[in-house]
Design a protein around this ligand. Structure first.
Ligand SMILES: Nc1ncnc2c1ncn2[C@@H]1O[C@H](COP(=O)(O)OP(=O)(O)OP(=O)(O)O)[C@@H](O)[C@H]1O
Ligand SMILES: [Mg+2]
Length: 363
């Protein structure tokens, strides 16, 4: 099973208002054929609304939707060549696995003689061969999720929309499904637009991630662009794990925060109000290493206030001399743990000049 010719999809200056609520505010997005794009944002930011406009369930108040050169803004969903996976799976509980997966073929009036082969192909894709006659009720959450995926793919749509498809699964299953979905995407070559409010999931799966906030698209980029160059403090706080500290003064190679001055090898963004995004994993406990290409490491005096064990790593909370709270992450292996001072003791955290990420404050 493969997708013959996947299609891109574009949305131009699309807005959606419900009375006084602006659910989406002039969104423009071009998704390339075969691309995996995630829509990431907090609850109420407009992710489902945007997906609905792409799928044809929601009519935009203004703006347009394009499939290649074709304006599909007002085309009903069943005429769009789109597979959809909803958050709730929306499987038919009274049908078997095979009947569920065959449903889109029936709805599209494809010849019945082709169903068995297509269903078998889709089930093989999600590793559910042999489950054809099972009832939906007799499946685990992860298996149901796979049936929903098979049903979305069975008619070989050129575009697949997914709205938080893994949110009902436990962490372990979710993480293995993330990898499976990525592999499926590569195999299928379909264009996928994927809604999530889990930044890690978005970074794991996507070619590009669009960050939404209050109906606006704040930034779109590859996972590493978002992580290394967040557009503003909202993106910086949403992606990864950062402490945001107000910048008092920033010069070409220096930032001043309170009574701390850091060397910076980063370009300064425009804006009046700037913040330093201190990512927990970029701060390290001083082990005597001197410098990087960007210059000598910044040494930050602080005092440990708490150490929290979090499995694969430990989070160390500390305060600067002026009381500003910061935190850093230390791997959980023995040698790294030995470096962590006791609570109440002083510590020197180091930060490379390349890692001084400075962002404009988002209102
Ligand atoms: N049918 C509707 N009528 C009125 N307001 C709506 C409707 N659908 C969505 N909204 C509003 O539009 C905004 C965006 O909603 P949307 O469902 O797109 O958010 P979301 O990002 O998917 O959130 P979540 O993560 O909670 O699913 C919200 O303020 C929501 O209350
Ligand atoms: Mg939603």
């Amino acid at each position: 099973m493969s997708v013959r010719n996947s299609t891109g999809v574009s949305i131009r200056s699309a807005s959606k208002r419900y009375g006084d609520t602006v659910a989406l505010d002039s969104i423009t997005l071009d998704v390339k054929p075969g691309e995996f794009v995630s829509l990431l944002g907090p609850s109420g930011s407009g992710k489902t609304t945007l997906l609905g406009i792409l799928g044809g369930f929601v009519t935009p108040s203004s703006g347009s939707v394009w499939s290649g050169e074709r304006d599909i803004t007002f085309m009903p969903p069943h005429k769009r060549d789109i597979g959809i996976v909803f958050q709730s799976y929306a499987l038919f509980p009274h049908m078997t696995v095979a009947e569920n997966v065959a449903f889109p073929l029936r709805a599209r009036r494809l010849p019945k003689s082709t169903w068995a082969e297509k269903v078998a192909g889709a089930l093989a894709m999600v590793a559910l061969t042999g489950y054809e006659d099972r009832n939906i009720a007799a499946l685990s959450g992860g298996q149901r999720q796979r049936v929903a995926l098979a049903r979305a793919m069975v008619f070989e749509p050129r575009l697949i929309l997914m709205d938080e498809p893994l949110s009902a699964l436990d962490k372990q299953l979710r993480e293995s499904m993330q990898i499976e979905l990525r592999q499926l995407h590569k195999k299928l070559g379909a264009t996928i637009i994927y809604v999530t409010h889990d930044q890690r999931e978005a970074l794991t799966m996507s070619d590009r991630v669009a960050v939404l906030r209050n109906g606006r698209m704040v930034q779109i980029g590859t996972p590493s662009q978002l992580y290394d160059h967040p557009a503003d403090s909202f993106v910086a706080s949403f992606i990864g794990e950062s402490t945001l500290l107000p910048v008092l003064r920033a010069g070409p190679a220096e930032v001043r925060l309170g009574n701390l001055t850091l060397r910076s090898a980063r370009e300064l963004p425009p804006g009046e109000k700037l913040l330093l995004a201190l990512q927990t994993e970029k701060l390290l406990i001083d082990d005597g290493r001197g410098s990087t290409a960007g210059g000598a490491l910044n040494r930050i005096n602080c005092r440990v206030t708490e150490v929290v064990y979090q499995g694969e790593s430990l989070r160390v909370f500390a305060v600067l001399d002026d009381g500003t709270a910061i935190s850093l992450r230390q791997p959980a292996h023995h040698a790294a743990r030995l470096q962590i001072p006791e609570v109440g003791q002083s510590m020197i955290a180091v930060l490379a000049p390349e890692d001084t990420i400075i962002v404009p404050a988002s209102d």
